[in-house]
Write a protein that binds this ligand. Structure first.
Ligand SMILES: [Zn+2]
Length: 586
C-alpha cells in the first residue's frame, strides 16, 4: 500500500528528468507541442508549486482510488495550465508518479503520452519507471497486460529494443499470474517476437555500422521527423486478434480478409508474380471480370503480396501462404535492376516501384531476411535519387515534376523502410513536405490537389493528409481537424465506389481515432462486406468487382481486391499514429 507524502517525492523524478532532458531537442519555434524541457531548477520549483497548490488534494489522497483520481486531475490541469512548460511538465510528472503508486497503469501511460505530445521527448524510460513501480507494488493487473504490450510497441518504434524486451518480460510475468490461457499464449508469442526482433536489430547494427543495411537502426533522433511512430509488430496472430475489436474490426471483416487471401493465392501466376490482366488465366470460370488496363507487373505483385503481409504472414512464418509469399518476394528481387529499380517494363514505373518497395520493406521488417533487406534498401535508395530536386515530388519517371498521387506512394514506401530499420536518408522528407506545401489549399490547408494548379479532390486530400501524418503533423493541428471534417463530409458511398479514396481515407481516420474513426469505419466496413463476391461456387469468391470504381478500372479486379483487403486489415496492419485517450479501465 502506498501513501503519498513529501518523503514520497519520486526519487526517480530527477533521474527521469535528466533522461528526458538528454533526449530533448529544443524546438526553434517553441510552439505548443514542441516545447523543449524546462531546466532542472525550473522543474524543481514547479514541482514545489504543484504540491503547494494541490496541498489539500495530496493530503486527502490516502488510498489508491484517490491517488488515481488526483493523477487524472493533474493531467487535466496540465492541459489548461497557464504556467507554461515547467508547470505543465511538473503536473504530468507528478501524475505519472501518483498513478504508478496507485497501481493505475493506464492513467500513468496517459500522462506519459501527454508528455510526449507536448514536449519533444521520448517517454520510454518514464513508461518503464512507472511500470516497474506498479509491478513492484501491486503487480500489474492482468486486465492491463495490454498496456505493457503497447508500451513495448512504443519502445520499438523509438528504437529502444532493450526497454521493449523489459516491457515484454513484465507483461509475460503478469499474464502468468492470472490471465486466461489464451491471453498468456498471445503475450508469450508477442514477447518471443520482440526478443527475436531485438536480436536481429542488434546483430544488423553490429554488422554494418555505417550506411547500408541496419544504418537506420541507430537513427535515434531522426525518428522525430516522423512524429509518433507506427509499427508492424501488431501483426502476429495473437496480437492481431487482440487489437481487432479494439479498433473496430469484427469476425465478419476477418472472414472477408480470409476470403480475399484465398482469392489472391488462387490467382497468382506460376512464376510467383501477380498480373493485373493475366490473372484471368488462373480462373476456373468467367466470374472474375474486370482485368486491369495497364501493364505493371511489379506493382501487381506488390498488390498481391501486401494483404498477406498485413495479416502477419511472411515467407518465413509457418502458414498456408508461405510458398506464395516466398515466390512473390523472389520474383520482385529477381527482376530488380542493379540501380535498385523494381519496376522495369512497367507503365508509369514509379507507381509500381513505390508499391513494390513497400512490399519488400514489410517482408524484410517482419522476417529479418537480410537478402530481402538488401533489395529493399536498394529500392529505397532508388526512390531517394528519383525525387525531383526542385519541387520535392515524384512522378512516373525518376526526376519528373511531381504529382501528389505518386509522391504519396513514395512517402509510404520510405515510411515502411524506416519502420523496417532501413536507412532513408536525411533531407528526403523535408523536401517531400515542400511538394505537399505546393498542393495544399482550403481551410487551414486541409485539402490537397494532384498538382499545384489543379483543384482539390477527395483522393488527393486523403493521400495528402496521410502523408502529412507520416511527416509528423500533430493530431490537433487545425489542418488535420479540418481535413477530418472534409473526409466526414465525404463518407464512403456505395453508389460511388472509389477504393483509392477509401484506402487512404481509412488510414487517415484510423490514425486520428475517436468518434470520426468510428463513424467512417462503420460505413466503410459495411460497404466492403456488402460488395465482396461471396458465392463459394464461383472463382470470384473473395474478390471485389472493380466495375464502376473511379480508379480501379485501370488496375482491375486484382487491385480492387488488394486495396479492399488492406482497408479491412487496417485494424492490425499498423498501430494508429496517434494514441487517443482510452476509455476507462474495466
Ligand atoms: Zn478467377
Amino acid at each position: 500500500m502506498h501513501t503519498v507524502t513529501m518523503s514520497g517525492l519520486p526519487k526517480h523524478f530527477f533521474v527521469m528528468a535528466a533522461v528526458l532532458l538528454a533526449s530533448a531537442v529544443p524546438g526553434a519555434g517553441q510552439a505548443a507541442g514542441e516545447w523543449p524541457l524546462p531546466d532542472a531548477e525550473a522543474q524543481r520549483r514547479s514541482v514545489d508549486l504543484v504540491r503547494e497548490t494541490w496541498k489539500n488534494e495530496y493530503a486527502a489522497a490516502t488510498d489508491q482510488a484517490r491517488q488515481s483520481d488526483l493523477a487524472g486531475k493533474l493531467i487535466k490541469n496540465a492541459e489548461i495550465t497557464r504556467g507554461g512548460a515547467p508547470a505543465c511538465f511538473a503536473l504530468l510528472n507528478e501524475a505519472v508518479d501518483l498513478a504508478a503508486k496507485a497501481g493505475d497503469l493506464r492513467t500513468a501511460m496517459r500522462a506519459v503520452d501527454e508528455m510526449e505530445w507536448r514536449f519533444r521527448v521520448h517517454g520510454t524510460q518514464t513508461r518503464l519507471q512507472a511500470i516497474r513501480t506498479i509491478a513492484r507494488g501491486t503487480g500489474l493487473p492482468p486486465s492491463l497486460v495490454a498496456e505493457a504490450i503497447f508500451a513495448a510497441q512504443q519502445a520499438i518504434e523509438q528504437n529502444e529494443v532493450d526497454a521493449a524486451v523489459e516491457f515484454c518480460d513484465l507483461a509475460v510475468e503478469t499474464a502468468r499470474k492470472g490471465a486466461s490461457s489464451e491471453l498468456k499464449a498471445s503475450v508469450d508469442e508477442y514477447a518471443s517476437r520482440v526478443k527475436e526482433y531485438a536480436r536481429l536489430q542488434k546483430s544488423a547494427a553490429k554488422e554494418s555500422p555505417v550506411g547500408g543495411l541496419g544504418a537506420g537502426l541507430g537513427m535515434g533522433k531522426k525518428w522525430e521527423i516522423f512524429g509518433d511512430g507506427v509499427g508492424i509488430m501488431t501483426r502476429s496472430r495473437g496480437r492481431r486478434k487482440a487489437v481487432l475489436a479494439r479498433y473496430g474490426g469484427t469476425g465478419q471483416t476477418e472472414r472477408a480478409v480470409t476470403g480475399a487471401l484465398i482469392w489472391l493465392a488462387n490467382h497468382q501466376m506460376a512464376d510467383g508474380s501477380w498480373n493485373l490482366q493475366k490473372y484471368t488465366s488462373r480462373c476456373k470460370d468467367g466470374t472474375c471480370t474486370g482485368p486491369g488496363m495497364v501493364t505493371a507487373d511489379a506493382g501487381a505483385t506488390a498488390m498481391g503480396l501486401l494483404p498477406f503481409l498485413a495479416a502477419g504472414h511472411t515467407h518465413k512464418t509457418k502458414g498456408p501462404y508461405r510458398e506464395n509469399i516466398a515466390a512473390g518476394v523472389n520474383w520482385l528481387i529477381k527482376h530488380q535492376e542493379a540501380n535498385g529499380n523494381l519496376a522495369k517494363n512497367c507503365v508509369q514505373p514509379m507507381y509500381s516501384h513505390g508499391l513494390a518497395t513497400i512490399a519488400l520493406c514489410e517482408a524484410y521488417g517482419m522476417s529479418g531476411d537480410r537478402n530481402v533487406g538488401m533489395a529493399a534498401q536498394g529500392a529505397v535508395n532508388y526512390i531517394i535519387k528519383a525525387q525531383n530536386p526542385n519541387d520535392g515530388g515524384w512522378r512516373y519517371n525518376p526526376g519528373d515534376v511531381g504529382d501528389t498521387s505518386v509522391t504519396g506512394w513514395q512517402i509510404m514506401a520510405l515510411k515502411s523502410a524506416q519502420l523496417a530499420g532501413l536507412s532513408v536518408g536525411g533531407s528526403t522528407y523535408g523536401s517531400a513536405g515542400k511538394w505537399l506545401d505546393s498542393c495544399q489549399k482550403g481551410p487551414n490547408n486541409s485539402l490537397y490537389s494532384y498538382q499545384p494548379a489543379t483543384g482539390h479532390s477527395n483522393t488527393m486530400t486523403a493521400s495528402g493528409l496521410l502523408c502529412r501524418q507520416y511527416l509528423g503533423a500533430k493530431r490537433k493541428d487545425p489542418m488535420m481537424t479540418d481535413g477530418v471534417k472534409y473526409l466526414l463530409d465525404n463518407l464512403p458511398d456505395a453508389q460511388l465506389p472509389n477504393i483509392y479514396y477509401w484506402y487512404h481515407g481509412t488510414q487517415v481516420l484510423f490514425n486520428m481515432g475517436g468518434q470520426p474513426w468510428d463513424q467512417w469505419n462503420r460505413r466503410m466496413r459495411q460497404i466492403l462486406l456488402d460488395s465482396q463476391c461471396r458465392d463459394t461456387r464461383t472463382c470470384a469468391c473473395g474478390s471485389w468487382n472493380p466495375a464502376g470504381d473511379l480508379w480501379a478500372s485501370r488496375g482491375g479486379r486484382l487491385m480492387m481486391t488488394s486495396l479492399a483487403a488492406l482497408t479491412l486489415e487496417v485494424y492490425y496492419r499498423y498501430l494508429p499514429l496517434y494514441k487517443v485517450d482510452e476509455e476507462k479501465a474495466p
